[in-house]
Design a protein around this ligand. Structure first.
Ligand code: PMP
Length: 401
């Protein structure tokens, strides 16, 4: 008998499991709105032109080798990543108070940050929004932090519960870590306004709560890299400390290349360099050092003014297509006279619409219309096209009537 005979089958991942179910469906009209990956109008994955250009340059460069990167990753990549999120003229960067290490996309960067905090930070409680990306509680729990939630979304208004948000942070113990989505909150698509961010910042600083930003959608939300980093920059501008995990999965379409960065903003250069020395001790036994290819693509693009500009245009085009899908879906529901107020579809930000559809309605749409989404009613707008909007609108209409 197998030595593993007693192992019980684990459940499928709630998000990636949607694609597993989708792949099993033989219907020619099936539609996958589960996973947050960008698709073109034709429903195809997109490799950015500027990414192809950068890859071509790398391939043609005969001087390039495949040696190991340092534990912290590619130096140029780290430097440019910090500039991208904190701003090129950030005083924290100029004062060498920021340490940045390359990570395995957003997830790996969050994990390294969490492991570092579990080892070296005095408070082990992290507050995450309710709801949040499903992987957050798992990442922080396995790293040894204790996870609590703060109120974020109000199902009654389909908007931000700022009152509950501030109350729960107000009740948090001094020094607690707070996970914040930098922009395009996943799954709700609901972000604080700048005024609300300012309220959050003041409260957090007054209680010495430590901000840990998850920035998975910079540029993808509004189409502007700077606008989407404003929340983070507010917290750096006050001179205080914070962590930030960046992902290039969405904004450069580098999903499978696993490119990201973790930055820790400290009070002094000396602290930052000691923090970095400890990050190396976290990374070395985990995966030794990060992969070369994706980080080289990103560094090539970020360092070159012309390629950087091309990237911002392609990024804006992706963001604009998603925004136009919101409008088309909203219009299609209005045209059908679908009962209910659907204006949240055009008000929400980023890749997802949190439809407000319940588990039964989602099951109905999957069974009757072959439309796949997470059971909380989250749909990826990036997976929609003008061709598939009517199918989705018909399904939603049928599900709620
Ligand atoms: N944070 C959030 C909020 C996300 O939505 C995602 C991607 N779904 C990530 C982090 C990390 O993704 P990745 O590891 O692919 O960069």
């Amino acid at each position: 008998d197998s030595v593993f005979a007693t192992i019980v089958r684990a459940p499928e991942d709630p998000i990636l499991g949607v694609t597993v179910a989708y792949n099993k469906d033989p219907s020619p009209n099936k539609l996958n709105l589960g996973v947050g990956a960008y698709r073109t109008e034709e429903g195809k994955p997109l490799i950015l032109n500027v990414v192809r250009r950068a890859e071509q340059l790398l391939v043609n460069d005969q001087s390039r080798v495949k040696e190991y990167l340092p534990i912290v990753g590619l130096a140029d990549f780290n430097k440019e990543s910090a500039k991208l999120i904190f701003g090129a003229d950030s005083p924290a960067i100029q004062e060498n108070r920021v340490t940045t290490v390359q990570g395995l996309s957003g997830t790996g960067s969050l994990r390294v940050g969490a492991e570092f905090l579990a080892r070296h930070y005095h408070q082990h409680t992290i507050y995450i929004p309710q709801p949040t990306w499903g992987n957050h509680p798992k990442i922080f729990t396995v790293a040894g932090l204790s996870v609590k939630t703060y109120r974020y979304y109000d199902p009654a208004t389909l908007g931000l519960d700022i009152q509950g948000f501030l109350e729960d942070l107000g009740d948090a113990p001094s020094g607690a870590i707070v996970l914040l989505h930098a922009c395009a909150h996943n799954p709700t698509g609901v972000d604080p306004t700048l005024e609300q961010w300012e309220q959050i910042r003041q409260l957090m600083r007054s209680k010495a709560l430590l901000p840990f930003f998850d920035s998975a959608y910079q540029g993808f939300a509004s189409g502007s890299l700077d606008a989407d980093a404003q929340s983070v920059r507010m917290f750096v501008a006050d001179g205080g400390e914070c962590l930030a995990a960046q992902s290039y999965a969405k904004n450069m379409g580098l999903y499978g290349e696993r490119v990201g960065a973790l930055s820790i903003v400290c009070k002094t250069a000396d602290v930052a360099s000691r923090v970095e020395s400890q990050l190396k001790l976290v990374i070395r036994p985990m995966y030794s050092n990060p992969p070369l290819h994706g980080a080289s693509i990103v560094a090539t693009i970020l360092k070159d003014r012309d390629m950087f500009n091309e990237w911002t245009l392609e990024l804006k085009a992706m963001a604009d297509r998603i925004i136009s899908m919101r409008q088309q879906l909203f219009d299609a529901l209005c045209a059908r006279g679908t009962p209910g107020d659907w204006s949240h579809i055009i008000k929400q930000i980023g890749m997802f619409t949190f439809t407000g559809l319940n588990r039964e309605q989602v099951t109905f749409m999957t069974e009757e219309y072959h439309i796949y989404m997470t059971s909380d009613g989250r749909i990826s707008m990036a997976g929609l096209s003008s061709r598939t909007v009517p199918q989705l609108a018909d399904a939603i209409h049928a599900a709620v009537t």
